[in-house]
Design a protein around this ligand. Sequence first.
Ligand SMILES: [Zn+2]
Length: 217
Amino acid sequence: MAKVYLTIDTEYSSGLVSDLSAADRRDNFARSIACLTPDGPTGLTHKLALFEEHGIKAVFYVDPMPALVWGVAAIEDVVGPILDAGQDVQLHCHTEWLELAGDSSPLASKRTGRNLYDFPYEEQCEILAYARDTLVAAGAPVPVAFRAGNYGADDDTLHALRTIGVRYGSPLFHAGQSQLRARQSPHTGGKPYRASPVRRLVPVACNHARHHHRRLP
Ligand SMILES: [Zn+2]
């Protein structure tokens, strides 16, 4: 029997940021995490209640990068309800927040980029270590699985994951929307990605568009 993982990318939207104030964070939470609609919430609390009702276990990939601008409490507000509901929190990472963070970026270079593959291996290690440590600071267990924001991973990402101790990766989208990129790196010698440095890769087979907020029955 095929195994299916129910996974939910759970994140504030960097695209909705206006002034980085506390009110801005609350509005972002309402729109991106709680996903409030005229018909009621369609996001985190709704899904958690639904999974509880049907006895379903799911993995919530939580992006800790907004802590760069709003502090760890912003991530605690996301992690807490998931753990309280007995569900699984794992690591997600959107590098767009580095640009919003400015001088608060953990990178000495202050480099910015939309995807992890925009960064060299060493900086991917730094970004992922920051993300992992922040997720744990927000109350999550040490993550063992990861999905890149925008599926923007490359070979170096997989090696960086191994370096920081993450064993399971789900950076691929099966339909080819944005694939793992093969690029020249010290680890691959320019060859396309072949042997997985992480223990298991799980491709994403089905994607329910998050911008179409519909209440699941
Ligand atoms: Zn995402």
